[in-house]
Ligand binder design. Structure first.
Ligand code: PGA
Length: 252
């Protein structure tokens, strides 16, 4: 059975002290609360060691928001998958639309990052999603299928089974405008079908597919109730413990 996951993506927010305080607050809030999902905090690199120390590893997985596409060496300013893993982090977000758009991460670069993340025991949360013009031109299915195929479909079945997918329509990220629950279900089912065609039904059924884009406590329940939506990747609403907890507890 696939897992439900609610993952916070802090992006470039919080100082180290603010980030540790937020992680501790979420860790406290989770005590005694029965959740129907795994909880992940994806933080800036610099916070990883301290956040790993601040939370109960049995309740919260820590992750990073990116890693390098190279193993090691003369790549000034980069942080490798091995370095991320050495902090105790378990996850890494890869292919976020902001990385694709602002840092020109191509399908090829992401393919290398995924391989290195897996080789270092990290679970990639691999983001896909269309921009508004693509949705309006009804190209969103093609765009998302291409993003998945180009970066992930050279993986063995064993490796693909370790991937978490996050569908994030770019027009919904940070805009306050979410996809409707039906729009999310439609494309999540399509993603699962695309995976099934390549890796078979069992792997497709076991792949967690998260929704992301202006998810908040007031809309998470309806979106998470859809059969092919297995949780969320949360930006803005993950920066306050109460709204993040409202999303964690939104599963019926
Ligand atoms: P948002 O961001 O929840 O602020 O829209 C989601 C994301 O980019 O992962």
């Amino acid at each position: 059975m696939r897992k439900n996951i609610v993952a916070g993506n802090w992006k470039m927010n919080t100082t180290l002290q603010e980030g540790v305080a937020l992680a501790k607050e979420i860790n406290e809030a989770l005590k005694g609360v029965e959740t129907k999902c795994d909880v992940v905090l994806a933080t800036p690199f610099i916070h990883l060691v301290s956040v790993v120390e601040a939370v109960d590893a049995a309740r919260i997985g820590v992750g990073d928001e990116n890693c390098a596409d190279k193993v090691e060496g003369a790549y000034t300013g980069e942080v490798s998958a091995a370095m991320v893993a050495s902090t105790g982090a378990k996850y890494v977000i890869l292919g976020h639309s902001e990385r694709r758009a602002y840092y020109h991460e191509t399908a090829e670069i992401l393919k290398d990052k995924v391989v290195l993340a897996l080789a270092n025991g990290l679970t990639p949360i691999f983001c896909v999603g269309e921009v508004l013009e693509e949705r309006e031109a009804e190209k969103h299915f093609d765009v998302v299928a291409a993003q998945i195929k180009e970066s992930l479909f050279d993986l063995t079945a064993e490796d693909f089974a370790k991937i978490v997918i996050a569908y994030e329509p770019v027009w919904a990220i940070g805009t306050g405008k979410t996809a409707t629950a039906d729009q999310a279900q439609e494309i999540h089912a399509f993603i699962r079908q695309t995976i099934a065609e390549k890796y078979g039904n069992e792997i497709a059924e076991n792949t967690s597919i998260l929704y992301g884009g202006s998810c908040k406590p007031s809309n998470a329940g309806e979106i998470f109730a859809k059969p092919d939506v297995d949780g969320g990747l949360i930006g803005g609403a993950a920066l306050k413990a109460d709204s993040f907890m409202g999303i964690i507890t939104a599963f019926e």
